[in-house]
Write a protein that binds this ligand. Sequence first.
Ligand SMILES: [Zn+2]
Length: 366
Amino acid sequence: MPWYKDPLFGVVLLFVIIAIIGAIDFVRNRLRERRRIHSLENLKKSYEFLGIKDGVEEFLKLNQNATPTLEFIAQAYIQSGNIQEAIKIYTSMLNAHSATPSQDKVRILYALGVAHFQAGFLQRAKNTFLEIIKNSPRDLGSLIYLLRTYEKLNEYQNAIDVVDCLQEIYEQSGNIDDTKYLESLAYNRAYLQTMCLFADERSVFEDKVAKLESLRAQFPRLEKIILVYYKQYNLALFWQKAQESRNIENLLDVFWQTPDTEVPTEILTNQKIIEVYRARGLIESKQSLDSINKNVVCAKFELEAVRLLRTHTHFNADLHFEYRCSECKGIFPLESHRCPTCNALLSFEILCSVRENKDENRYSLL
Ligand SMILES: [Zn+2]
C-alpha cells in the first residue's frame, strides 16, 4: 500500500491543516490587535495636538503679555457654556506663570473660582475663594461667592461667618447709609439661621418652632419656607400658622398643590384660603356653601375662573404657576430661595394663570 493511502497519513494531514489554520488565525488576530492599538494611539495623539493645556503653555512661553488674550478666550468659552475648557485655561495660566504679578493672580484665581462654582465643583470653588481671601481678606466679590458656595454646600454656620465679615467690612468703610445693603445682610443672616435650624437634628421640634416663629416675625419673607417646613413635619401647626398669614397670595401654590386628604376644610376660617378650596371644588363637595359663606364668588380672578369653568362647563381647568424675581423681573418655572440670575434672596413672587388640564398621564409616549 502506498504511503499516501495509509489512513494514519490522512489523520496527520488533517491535524496539520487544523494547525496551519489556527496559526493563521492567531497571526491575523495579533495584527488586528496591533492595528487597533495603533489607531487608538493616533487618536490620543490627535487630542494631544489639539489639547488646550499644551497650547496655553506654548502661548505663554512665546508671548510675554498673553494673560488678557487668554482671559478673553476663557470668557468666550464660559459664554458658550464650555466651562471645562475655561477652567483648563485658568489652571494652565496659574501653573505656567509662577512669576505673575499678585493682582493678576488674584484676578485669575477669582475667575477660576467662579468657573468652578458655575460648573458645580463647589469644593474646588470653596478652596479657590479661601485661597484668595487668605491673601486679600477684604475682597468683596470672593466673599460673596464664598457665601453662596458655603450655602450650596449646606455649611450654614460658615456662611453666617462670611455675612459677619461682609457687615464688618461695610461698617469699617465709613459709608453706612445704604440701608438696602444692610437689610440684605440681615436677611441673609436670618435665612441662614433658618436653614441651620432646619438642618439641626439635635434640637427638638418645639424648640425649633419657637426660634423659627421669632425669625418669621422679624423677617416676613422667610414665612413661606418656614410654613413649608411645618407642613412637612407638623400639618396641624402648618394650618394654624397659615391661617394667620398676611400674605396668603404668596402661598397660593402651596395651598393649591396640597392633596385633598391634607386639607382640614372643617377648621378653615381664613376666607382667602377657603376661596382656594372652593375654586378647587373641595369645600362644595364636603360642606354646604351656606355654612361657610353666602357669597360664593372668589375674589381672585384666576380662582373664580377655575370655579366657573369647573361648575358650568366641561373643561377641567387648573392653575399653572410661575415665579417672577422682584429684583431682576426674570420669570422662572420653579421656585428657588435665590434668584438664579441676580442672586436676590427670597425675591420670588407667584404668577398664576388658568390652563386646561389635559390629563397628560394618558398620552401615549409613542
Ligand atoms: Zn433676580
